[in-house]
Design a protein around this ligand. Sequence first.
Ligand SMILES: [Zn+2]
Length: 155
Amino acid sequence: MADRLTPEQRRLNMSRVRAKDTGPEMAVRRLLHHAGYRYRLHSRELPGRPDLVLPRYRTVVFVHGCFWHGHGCSLFKVPTTRTEFWTAKIDANKRRDEAAVVALATAGWRSLWVWECALRGRGRRSPEALRDGIVAFINGETGFQAIGQAEVPSR
Ligand SMILES: [Zn+2]
């Protein structure tokens, strides 16, 4: 089939691909795959379009970037320029994230948020600890949980 995308469209597509396959998300995928779990990706049919969907466990996983999703952690800092713009944008994302969890729960799905800071930065968890936490959630009955950074020692 002929490639009808303009260079501009192709760039846009590539940037979308990159946005979806971010480092932290790939790390969570690898970790779950190695632990023997199979999942679907970016299900459009589900509220909030979860990053990973485990139908057998009626569980979805979101891997949230701490900036875009407004995590009050050591990786999060409101920009000093255009502060109002960023604050409004991040607040809207947070409201959307929370609404997705509610809509998913209503439809019988359990949601896990894995924050970026659990995977990188000073408070990151060991791969084993993170895997154990995620696996425990998947096999548990908790409706919602968020895994963020471990205690960050103050400087
Ligand atoms: Zn964070």
